[in-house]
Design a protein around this ligand. Structure first.
Ligand SMILES: CC(C)(COP(=O)(O)OP(=O)(O)OC[C@H]1O[C@@H](n2cnc3c(N)ncnc32)[C@H](O)[C@@H]1OP(=O)(O)O)[C@@H](O)C(=O)NCCC(=O)NCCS
Length: 193
């Protein structure tokens, strides 16, 4: 089989044997909306990434309150295998609707290939197109800052368990979406203020 590519100024024909094509396809990654059939392997990926301690985290406790939004949650696929996942969950902060991002996890063998970043861009763009104003998360600012996340400071926002303020981040999808936001963070379906 012949595949052509432009290498420098000289077009070159690259000759691949048929035997090599399957191994090339081993590295192809596709992105798709999450479906119920992915649930079991996503749980396995999250267990692998975060361990048993994940159940005690503040974000997990919010997510326990109801379902995530599958239309804004995505998987990375290699063939039929799920190799990474990102989820967004509808929340309320006091009376204000927002989204909680996470978990984001990539299988160890697939890290540092831009898959986490692609899932971030896909999910955030889907949230913006769906009309959401504000996304919060608990995570490492150095990783999330390039996607528009900053530390939440000067707001009376209360998580259901203690979080490190340096890891409590927000991204405003509309200007000043965080202005005046205050109150308890909980799942959007859990009621209460
Ligand atoms: C964090 C994670 C989702 C990143 O996914 P990924 O596909 O490997 O990352 P990308 O390829 O998009 O980006 C790689 C870059 O992010 C950096 N990076 C990865 N994890 C980071 C972290 N926790 N903090 C800061 N930077 C990080 C890498 O060093 C790399 O930097 P470089 O491009 O300068 O070399 C993945 O490593 C993972 O699943 N980790 C375990 C679960 C986890 O911690 N998730 C939440 C993150 S707070």
């Amino acid at each position: 089989m012949f595949l052509y590519c432009q290498c420098g100024l000289q077009p070159k024909a690259i000759v691949y044997s048929f035997e090599k094509i399957p191994s090339m396809l081993n590295h192809v990654v596709a992105y798709a909306p999450e479906e119920p059939v992915h649930d079991v392997v996503i749980e396995e990926i999250n267990r692998e990434a975060f361990g048993p301690g994940r159940f005690t985290r503040a974000a997990y406790r919010i997510r326990e309150g109801g379902p995530h939004d599958r239309s804004l949650s995505f998987v990375a696929l290699n063939g039929e295998h799920v190799i990474a996942s990102i989820r967004l969950t509808p929340i309320l902060i006091g009376p204000t609707p927002a989204m909680l991002l996470g978990p984001l996890a990539v299988r160890p063998a697939w890290k540092n290939q831009g898959i986490g970043a692609a899932l971030m861009r896909t999910s955030m763009e889907a949230a913006r197109l769906a009309g959401h104003d504000l996304v919060i998360l608990v995570g490492d600012e150095p990783y999330y800052a390039p996607f528009g996340f900053r530390q939440i400071s000067g707001h009376q926002i209360e998580m259901p368990a203690p979080v490190d303020p340096a890891r409590f981040l927000a991204c405003e999808l509309k200007p000043r979406a965080l202005y005046d936001v205050a109150g308890k963070v909980r799942h959007a379906h859990s009621g209460g203020i």
